[in-house]
Design a protein. Structure first.
Ligand code: ADA
Length: 551
């Protein structure tokens, strides 16, 4: 399942999710694998790092041009159609499309060579404090295309003084063959408009800007979401040849001095950092499993999720849209070393990730802010230029949302002038045995003297570790569930009591698998700072968070 709703009625779309064969060239072994899924769910491949080939017979019902659409392949994909390479993509956390023209009806062979190994061709996926699984981690679809199709529709809303909204849509229509008398009809709520494109020549893509004015819309609110279908239909003469439906929301999100306002009301973030990781399913969770996570988050009184440290599955974002949960989405980067940040390959791979993240996710009303470069080199002049260029690209792609990054360069960050919201990851009472409130006040004072003044501040990470099931009610030693609950109680109380901050993201929702190279710093070769374990079994801290977030 690619999205929570049907994106096409006129366009014929076939899901390719299901059982594929999986061949491991290194061993000559063949397995059956589920797509979407991770190969680590196959016991013999639980720790396999390398290349494997997914393949499937695909029946095409009529001769035409087709588009293969992948939600995510972890982490490098080479796509083959009847043995010919037709496409490739790097990065598990953004989708990609491959168009194949002139496909005959009948049976064809689709193969995807997947590589999750680390090396000089990978600057975003590195041995890290989260795990790079192998597999086709998100859904795959086959789209039948006519002579022209709607490639994308990006939406934003502006509010009028009378409380109505104007809907602004930029649609991209592409032609595979010459086509005449093309009309594009866009509708949302009770408004509709028609744009004539006349003649399109094969290979041409054309952008259309449309404004649908004065829409009386109900606002998208936290935990009280209203969504509207944005429907585009493409006609050649009087025949509809394509369509594209998305779900959008009408809301305003503003930065007003030190405050963040959603629909003109102050927002306090009570959030969690959440990796796409599950003890049984790895990074490939279905909507039901994602919903179980969100039920726990809502039960604890959370109102936001930070997609640490990469763009999330559109299915998860759809759920957050529906439930009214605010999302800080960030591109794929966690504490990357200086040599990688200075490489040409990183510049290309992170730029591609920025473009794909925003192009694919810009319509989700749940996303209120874009984040970049978690805990990278923000204390140097080189870093300032790197952050500046990335923010410049984000603002060009989406001028409507604020931007931020989570810093760990306490008392030495030089990039706070670049952000709309200042965010810091802090672990007082865990990594450093310092009193939480004092540490927080000292850092906030330093921030305001170094670029944060008159900007909102978020504590983007704060937390402590606990080995699930390790109890120590008297000594309350570090790694016990009791100590984690004690530390989180102090941390959450201090941040929520501070008038200067706009809230926090607990690190983290669930325990996650980490790379073997982190094992000596991560008991169980897991990041154990979850409030629930990797199977979503709550630790003592669950009730501590629930009490404080619901206060
Ligand atoms: C950092 C980092 C997280 C995680 C965390 C921890 O803040 O951003 O990804 O590694 O520390 O658990 O120490």
């Amino acid at each position: 399942m690619y999205r929570l709703f049907k994106e096409h009625f006129a366009r014929n779309v076939v899901s390719l999710d299901g059982i594929w064969t999986l061949d491991v060239p290194k061993t000559g072994q063949r397995y059956y694998a589920i797509v979407p899924g991770v190969w680590e769910a196959i016991p013999e491949l639980a720790a396999f790092e390398g290349v494997a080939v997914y393949s499937k017979a695909v029946s095409v019902s009529k001769g035409c041009d087709i588009m293969l659409r992948f939600g995510g392949v972890s982490h490098t994909a080479r796509v083959f159609w009847n043995g010919d390479e037709v496409g490739s993509h790097y990065n598990a956390f953004t989708g990609f499309e491959v168009i194949i023209k002139g496909v005959s009806s009948g049976e064809h062979r689709l193969a995807v060579e997947v590589d999750n190994s680390f090396g000089e061709n990978s600057t975003l996926h590195i041995p890290n404090d989260y795990f790079t699984y192998g597999g086709i981690n998100r859904s795959v679809e086959l789209h039948y295309l006519e002579d022209a199709y709607i490639a994308r529709q990006s939406f934003y809303a502006t509010e009028n003084l009378d409380g109505t909204f104007d809907a602004h849509v930029r649609a991209t229509v592409c032609a595979l063959k010459n086509v005449s008398d093309v009309q594009y009809v866009l509708s949302i709520a009770d408004k509709s408009t028609k744009v004539s494109l006349n003649q399109l020549s094969g290979g041409e893509c054309r952008e259309i800007e449309v404004v649908l004015p004065s829409i009386m819309a109900e606002r998208w609110e936290v935990r009280d979401a209203r969504l509207y279908d944005l429907c585009g239909v493409l006609y050649a003469g009087d025949r509809s040849i394509d369509d594209l439906i998305d779900r959008v929301g009408f809301r305003t999100f503003e930065i007003a001095g030190e405050k963040m306002l959603l629909n003109h009301k102050r927002v306090t973030i009570k959030g969690f950092n959440r990796h796409e990781d599950h003890g049984q399913l790895g990074m490939s969770m279905d909507a039901g499993t994602m919903m179980c996570d969100l039920q726990l988050l809502l039960d604890m009184g959370a109102n936001s999720v930070r997609t640490c440290h990469y763009p999330n599955d559109p299915l998860f974002l759809d759920l957050c849209d529906e439930l009214g949960i605010l999302v800080w989405e960030e591109h794929h980067a966690r504490a990357l070393p200086g040599d990688i940040l200075r490489s040409e390959l990183f510049t290309k791979q992170i730029s591609d990730c920025n473009t794909e993240m925003i192009t694919q996710h810009v319509n989700h009303p749940c996303i209120y802010i874009w984040g970049i470069l978690n805990e990278c080199e923000s204390e140097t002049e080189f870093g300032h230029e790197l952050y500046r260029k990335n923010f410049e690209q984000l603002k060009h792609l989406d001028p409507t949302r604020p931007v931020t990054f989570a810093s760990c360069r306490h008392f030495k960050d030089v990039c706070l002038d670049l952000v709309d919201v200042v965010s810091f990851n802090i672990y007082p009472a865990w990594y450093e045995d310092v009193p939480v409130s004092e540490y927080l006040d000292k850092l906030l004072k330093w921030m305001d003297e170094n670029g944060a003044k008159d900007k909102p501040v978020l504590i983007s990470e704060i937390g402590a570790g606990a080995i699930p099931g390790y109890h120590d009610p008297f000594r309350r030693a570090k790694w016990s569930e009791e100590r984690q609950a004690d530390i989180l109680e102090k941390q959450i109380s201090a941040v929520l009591a501070s008038a200067r901050t706009s809230g926090l993201y607990i690190w983290q929702f669930a325990d996650v698998r980490v790379d073997e190279k982190w094992a000596m710093r991560r008991p169980r070769t897991m990041n154990n700072k979850g409030v629930v374990d990797e199977y979503r079994r709550p630790k003592l801290a669950y009730s501590t968070v629930k009490e404080l977030y619901n206060k």
